[in-house]
Design a protein around this ligand. Structure first.
Ligand SMILES: [Ca+2]
Ligand SMILES: [Ca+2]
Ligand SMILES: [Ca+2]
Length: 357
């Protein structure tokens, strides 16, 4: 008697296990296949929902990039403009919150790392450095190139060569996601800035640094990890967020940079120091390129990014209807499994009672 009951229970347990495995497999196989036509790692569905329309205009030493979401339901527009060495980033959300900052490339500095912490600390800059801003970029024309990427989005490239200081700024903005390297995907919510300094002459033993001034009336926060890094579009990036509006619907724009750069073909670490200017709406940022120069000219390439934390993008990735559908299937399978176990046990129990009678 006991034996047959154990057999029935074992059978019921086996059946339930089979159902659980089956339902899990169903969840896995019912999930629609993720299609990534251009192979950049971003599914077609996400690319289509976040595709933007970019309009870039240039005039003399200025440019304006307007980027807005191509399709409803989210309204989302940001703008990156530039004039003679200074960038302006603005983002307005549909319900009124907004954020912005102004960023000026001020100086190339020469520094000696006296306390050996790899960062530029107060008192470590030497000499007069090289003035950037309008001194190097006024009347330096902006040239524009437009290309189509493999996925059908437009890619705009703007290039500026400084009149002094041997600096080149290459600006790239794309309407759809674009893979740049194995570790970097350019998102449609940002503008990439390739910054090249050619033949910087430094005193032996000193390093190169970039002095950047950020002006904003919004809240600023420096982070050791950038938005792109957190969202796995980049690796090893630091940055700053500038946030305006209420905490329930904040608007955030960012400036971020890779924590490594290339100096004369060699990878070097990049660190930053945020120095107070005395003005509450103004921040001095030093990006440090520790190279310990040998006396011969140095070529440096670094690639910061100006972008927005897009509410529309968050909306698209958090909706994920496929996953919700899968959860319904999974919950239904589990309920069916529990129901069958209960039914088996009841039936077995009744049979046992009958036999006992
Ligand atoms: Ca793709
Ligand atoms: Ca230092
Ligand atoms: Ca793409």
């Amino acid at each position: 008697m006991l034996r047959s009951r154990q057999v029935v229970l074992a059978a019921a347990a086996a059946g339930a296990a089979a159902l659980l495995i089956g339902s899990t497999l169903a969840v896995l196989t019912l999930r629609p296949a993720v299609v990534d036509s251009d192979g950049d790692g971003i599914p077609d569905s996400v690319e289509a929902a976040t595709q933007r329309t970019v309009v870039a205009a240039t005039a003399g030493d200025t440019f304006t990039i307007r980027s807005r979401l191509a399709s409803a339901p989210y309204q989302d527009q940001f703008e990156v403009s530039y004039q003679a060495g200074t960038f302006f980033v603005t983002y307005e959300r549909a319900r009124g919150s907004d954020s912005s900052y102004q960023l000026e490339l001020r100086n190339l500095v020469e520094w000696v790392d006296r306390n050996r912490n790899n960062r530029i600390d107060p008192g470590e800059t030497i000499g007069v450095g090289t003035t950037l801003g309008t001194s190097a970029f006024a009347n330096a024309p902006v040239t524009k190139t437009e290309v189509d990427s493999a996925d059908g989005g437009h890619v705009t490239e703007l290039s500026i060569r400084s009149t002094t200081a041997n600096m080149t700024l290459n600006v790239t903005v794309a309407e759809r996601f674009m893979r740049l390297s194995s570790t970097r995907v350019l998102t449609p919510m940002e503008v990439k800035l390739d910054l090249t300094v050619d033949r910087a002459t430094l005193a032996p033993g000193s390093s190169l640094g970039l002095d950047v001034r950020i002006n904003t009336t919004k809240r600023i926060e420096f982070n050791n990890q950038s938005w792109d890094d957190v969202n796995e579009f980049a690796q090893g990036e630091a940055g700053l967020n500038v946030t305006g509006g209420p905490t329930t619907s904040p608007a955030t724009v960012f400036f971020s940079w890779s924590k490594s750069a290339i100096a004369d073909g060699r990878e070097i670490p990049v660190t930053y120091t945020n120095v107070s200017t005395g003005d509450p709406n103004s921040y001095e940022l030093y990006l440090a390129y520790p190279i310990s120069a040998s006396g011969s000219p140095v070529r440096l390439v670094h690639d910061p990014v100006l972008g927005v934390d897009s509410a529309a993008y968050e909306g698209v990735v958090t909706r994920t209807p496929e996953l919700q559908g899968d959860l319904v299937v999974y919950a239904a399978s589990l309920a069916a499994a529990v129901f069958l176990i209960a039914l088996t046990l009841i039936v077995a129990d009744r049979r046992r009672k009958k036999r006992e009678e």
